[in-house]
Design a protein around this ligand. Sequence first.
Ligand SMILES: [Zn+2]
Length: 357
Amino acid sequence: MYNLPYTNKQINIPYLLKIGNGKTYKIGKYLIDKNLSGVALFLGEGTEELVGAELRRGFGDNGINVVHCQVVNDISIESITQTAFQLPPETDVIVGIGGGKALDFAKYSAHLLRLPFVSVPTSTSNDGFCSPTSSLTVDGKRKTVKSSIPFGVVMDLDVIKSCPPIFFYSGIGDMVSKITALADWKEAANRKLERYSDFASMLAYNSLDLLFIKHSYDINAPEFQRSLSTSLLMSGIAMEVAGTSRPASGSEHLISHALDEVSVRPQMHGLQVGTAAYLCAMLQNNPSTDSLRDILSKTGFFDFVSQNPFKKDEFLQALRLAPEIKRSFYTVLSEPDSYNRAVEFINDDEILQKLIK
Ligand SMILES: [Zn+2]
């Protein structure tokens, strides 16, 4: 029973927010405009080659002083803590550029040091670049750890458009998972097991509308990529507003966490949650199941996943494990008949037959 009093709480939102073309060069200017000249820079593997020249040209032209620069491959909490507390005192801001690891490393370092963090994602594969949590390893296991929402987010659509399709499909999968996450949250709140935030849920629904209502479903279309970027960003902010990951993560994320544990080779986060969201929407009798199926068909998500389908034995194992992953976290998978119903859908639904083999 959730019986803490309802009060207004302080919500952090990104103060610096730039999404558009040619933004990499401008990062230096954005930082100087905010009086942040001493930069500790954390890059993903391959990021230097991708954006390094443009970034440093902008830094040079604006008098940015790079006080620390590191390529991130180890995201253990021990190594982050050690690095963070050794950063020089001239550090004004921590900038993370890359995919998940560099951003999580930089975000958590900034959280430890109470320094502003500027998040510069080079792909749109999930909503982690603007969320209040970091995905780190603790004792060798992947854990979601509380952090602070970024002070700034800069997305260069010229960089993002060069990503291979898998990153866009993963982002789409992470976005549609809000449909099932929101339904699980609402049901948990109806049962008085969770506190609900109307505003956070409105934000999350609006972030979905951006993807559903507009334009073409061509993942290569600039307007689609812009909408996907904005949607994922809003999803991150919805978590901050809610004070919980509930608006962005429900039964479908539990299945994905379980797949990470049981699979010989786990797939990209958003491919797992997107596939699981389709299944969970049917389990929930979710009124948006048709829209969800529609967007995943039209964008080519289903075709993409079916080229490298999930292994059925692993998926079923994950399905059994999923409700155990977070105890006292109510989702549709907490219902006693869910496993059997899910197996029926996996066996009988024409789309799922292609995704899970
Ligand atoms: Zn996610």
